[in-house]
Design a binder for this molecule. Sequence first.
Ligand SMILES: *[C@@H]1O[C@H](CO)[C@@H](O)[C@H](O)[C@H]1NC(C)=O
Ligand SMILES: *[C@@H]1O[C@H](CO)[C@@H](O)[C@H](O)[C@H]1NC(C)=O
Length: 391
Amino acid sequence: MGSSQCHFTFLPLLLVSCFFPDHIFTVGSLDHRVHRNLLARTTKLSATPERRIQMRADAPFKIALFADLHYGEAASTDWGPLQDVNSTTVMNTVLDIESPDFVIYLGDVITANNIMIQNASLYWDQALSPTRNKGIPWASVFGNHDDAYFEWPLEWFSAPGIPQIHCPPTTSSVEEECSFKGTGRLELMQNEIKHNALSFSRNGPRDLWPSVSNYVLQVSSHDDPQSPVAFLFFFDSGGGSYPEVISNRQAEWFRRKAEEINPDSRVPEIVFWHIPSKAYNKVAPKFGIHKPCVGSINKERVAAQEDEFGIMDILVKRTSVKAIFVGHNHGLDWCCPYKKLWLCYARHTGYGGYGNWPRGARIVEISSNPFSLRSWIRMEDGHTHSEIILS
Ligand SMILES: *[C@@H]1O[C@H](CO)[C@@H](O)[C@H](O)[C@H]1NC(C)=O
Ligand SMILES: *[C@@H]1O[C@H](CO)[C@@H](O)[C@H](O)[C@H]1NC(C)=O
């Protein structure tokens, strides 16, 4: 959530010694088994732009949500890179125990406002690597930190090798107005897609840019790749380089797209974005967590989007929308009902970002025939809690 939680005192010379981790793309080294697996389980049809992923035989479709990993935070300190090592361990533990079919990176994958290399894709890639190394496909959405401006004091930019400063052309108080713009959303996403056969992420329709991660994925039945079991809708809830909102154009995109691919609302739809909408405030439990809400931590206030332009009205009215999953608040992990749908938090997965609540990942499980949607939280120490049936 907010970017003011980190307080660092560094000497300028730390800048000079900041380290640039090597990055290795391992797609080329995926073994044949993984490639076959991928080919067998995914289908791309040119007839529709939507990508599809097929369920395995006789098994529910299991998704792990990795929220708020914050890779690259305080990269020049001793402890910054250790946070990332810890986050990698959390992901590996969850992936080993749960063996999910799919992973969703639910935003704040990196802490761009602390990354002092121009190419934040290197850190983005580190965050993807545990999932990629196990041959598991994934999709990602943006959070408010992923393309946030570099925040450290301007005088730090004087040393050689430090990213270029971009200033507006006509400014009187240069010190105030200049800012370093890091790697943008589009570039982060293009780098992810270009280098990863396992990525189902998309840049989204051009007319929604600079809101980028808006796309839909079809989960198909095992028997028939044409037959949808669920649609997963991904939204960019803003933040960083532009306001924390889901715009009316995004709302309109959803309305049209859902109408086009699911005209009679027969197929359940599940929604993923980073920053909770204001409706989360309305359902937030007051003290502790009581039924019908289910969860284990309720340690802070909902940090909602700045404004609302109709998306919630549309989602609530569509009977096929079952649940929304968000990250952003590291100290909240509950699900609460709101009208006909469920509003759920993921669980803080990364060691980066504020808060020391134990790390974990929310698991979402989709079953077909009959459809059901189940969820629980898997912790780093292996135990689970907060199991709930959402549909
Ligand atoms: C890494 O994880 C260990 C075990 O949870 C913890 O004690 C340590 O403080 C973590 N390190 C950082 C830098 O977060
Ligand atoms: C940034 O890194 C990615 C790999 O993560 C690479 O493909 C891309 O070319 C790099 N961009 C620049 C401008 O260095």
